[in-house]
Write a protein of this length. Structure first.
Length: 497
């Protein structure tokens, strides 16, 4: 007899001339009450375990070996957890901590308590939105270099856009954080090793369900050790180069080093510096690479949106390359990225472990439980988004914004992504620069499988055809929609002057 959780995940995708329902896992329909098969399925892919009823506004719970798992899919309650009662929910889940500690040590993404508080202030300051204009020339230059490289590739060659976007964003973050080039060999090395790391780590941590509040450390298999060693070798070399004075004095790393010199009580020794640098490097490139990859997929499947993007770039920029100053007028480009982050949030699960007992909705929650806020579900909840599985960038245009706490690709509250302005600016700018010159075309019917391990990526990469565009005259373009307000609750608009 075949066991249900071993069955391949069924993928739904509907494409017509005007409507796109992009690829997503079909609703889970296994027998109710059997949670072990679900856990085993979640080990392979966390997106394929949700039933139709999970995509509703509600708070629910399951127990697995006595462990309480609380799923929170209601904006008001999400605000309670991430903002109002944040101290109780500051701690990341053991699954997340254990899956990333080998790579990031006590880096910000997984630390908590005094270490997190002290370093959060430092890191969020150096990637703060006020610094984005200073780093935007790096973004523009690196994207243009990629465009020049792509120009050398013969028209209609098949490329895998996922590693291409990973190389682009790794180079951008390296130049911003360390003030130095990474180069093709190292960007490929980091990107390939992180892909391998994601495939190898177990992000369910059965030890936690068997009673260990801290979960069990990951088994460091030779393959996992090799993947980590390859990433650490690259990161250590750029940190050491930097400390030896070979990096730029305007880089993020330099800001960290100077802060430490002024405030020795911060205790940022070489290991802590390496961990924070690795954290910014990994958190800062992998998420933006995934966003851009999904955006290319969506444009390839929705030519009517792709046309609007092309026309807008032509109207706003003519033949010159888009720059930071153009972003406030690139409404379609921004809306495509916003909608991409709704449909494919690169961090599709925000998992926490509560310190003390609490009551969430009608549920009494024991200390040490697993609290799951799942942007993948929230962003596809029908009461919050009309036709939630469809790609409709227009829902982010003309001043329209989702209801508070219903759209959280960057999380919210004190642990909100400190790099959100950097990441958004980078994604919109790279898309505009590359889409001005190239199209990415997917064969009709090519299967794309969204898979969530640590981040949400297309499981088999995204091979497609790179097509060189011939420019159209700037006048031959649609009118741009009126300016829209962007309201990120934690900070102001990154695009306004
Ligand atoms: C589109 C791009 C990005 C997305 C969607 C994204 C998303 C997120 C999310 C959801 C979290 C919170 C995770 C949780 O609470 O469990 C997070 C944290 C973080 N992100 Fe981003 N991120 C992006 C880009 C960046 C960039 C460009 C940087 C750095 C330059 C960055 C640095 C960080 C750091 C350091 C944290 C940990 C913060 C903490 O725990 O206090 N991210 N990101």
């Amino acid at each position: 007899m075949r066991v249900r959780f071993r069955q391949p995940v069924e993928i739904v995708e509907h494409v017509s001339d005007t409507v796109l329902e992009p690829a997503h896992a079909a609703y889970y329909s296994g027998p109710p009450g059997k949670f072990l098969p679900l856990l085993l399925r979640a080990r392979r892919d966390f997106l394929s375990i949700w039933r139709v009823g999970d995509y509703r506004e509600k708070v629910s719970q399951v127990r697995l070996f006595g462990r309480q798992i609380v799923l929170v899919n209601a904006p008001e309650v999400i605000r309670d957890i991430l903002v109002k009662r944040r101290d109780n929910y500051e701690r990341k889940s053991p699954q997340m901590r254990r899956a990333l500690e080998y790579l990031l040590g006590d880096g910000l993404f997984i630390s908590d308590g005094p270490t997190w508080r002290q370093r959060r202030a430092l890191v969020s300051d150096i990637v703060h939105k006020d610094r984005v204009p200073a780093f935007s020339p790096i973004i523009e230059r690196t994207a243009l270099e990629m465009a020049r490289r792509w120009k050398q590739i013969p028209d209609r060659t098949t490329i895998d856009i996922l590693p291409e976007m990973a190389a682009l964003t790794a180079e951008i973050i390296s130049r911003s954080v360390f003030g130095q080039e990474l180069g093709d060999a190292d960007t490929a090395e980091v990107s390939a090793s992180f892909t391998q790391y994601q495939a190898l780590v177990d992000s369910t941590n059965p030890g936690y369900f068997l009673g260990l509040d801290e979960g069990l450390p990951m088994v460091r298999t030779p393959a996992l050790r090799r993947a980590v060693r390859r990433m650490h070798t690259v990161i250590d070399r750029i940190v050491e180069d930097h400390l030896a004075g070979r990096g730029s004095h305007h880089s993020m790393m330099e800001l960290l080093v100077r802060r430490q010199a002024r405030n020795p009580e911060l205790g940022l020794n070489a290991v802590a510096l390496r961990n924070e640098a690795a954290t910014i490097f990994m958190a800062g490139h992998e998420t933006t690479a995934a966003t851009l990859t999904w955006a290319w997929y969506l444009l390839a499947r929705a030519p009517w949106v792709e046309r609007a993007v092309h026309d807008e770039i032509a109207a706003v920029c003519g033949d010159r390359a888009p720059t930071l100053d153009d972003l406030p007028r690139l409404h379609w480009c921004q809306a495509v990225i916003d909608e991409t982050l709704r449909l494919y949030p690169p961090v599709p699960i925000l998992a926490r472990q509560n310190a003390e007992a609490d009551r969430i909705g009608d549920i009494d929650v024991r200390p040490g439980s697993l609290i799951l806020i799942v942007p993948w579900l929230l962003h596809r909840t029908e009461s919050l988004f009309e036709a939630p599985h469809e790609f409709r960038p227009e829902r982010f245009m003309d001043g329209r914004r989702p209801a508070p706490y219903s759209y959280i690709p960057f999380a919210s509250g004190p642990r909100v992504c400190p790099g959100q302005h950097f990441g958004l600016t980078e994604a919109v700018l790279c898309l505009a620069i590359l889409a001005q010159r190239f199209r990415f075309v997917l064969p009709p019917g090519q299967k794309v499988v969204p898979q969530c391990r640590l981040t949400l990526r297309p499981r088999d990469g995204l091979p497609g055809m790179l097509v060189h565009r011939r420019r159209r005259p700037a006048g031959d373009a649609v009118t741009c929609p009126p300016a829209r307000e962007r309201e990120h609750e934690s900070a102001g608009c990154p695009y306004s002057a």
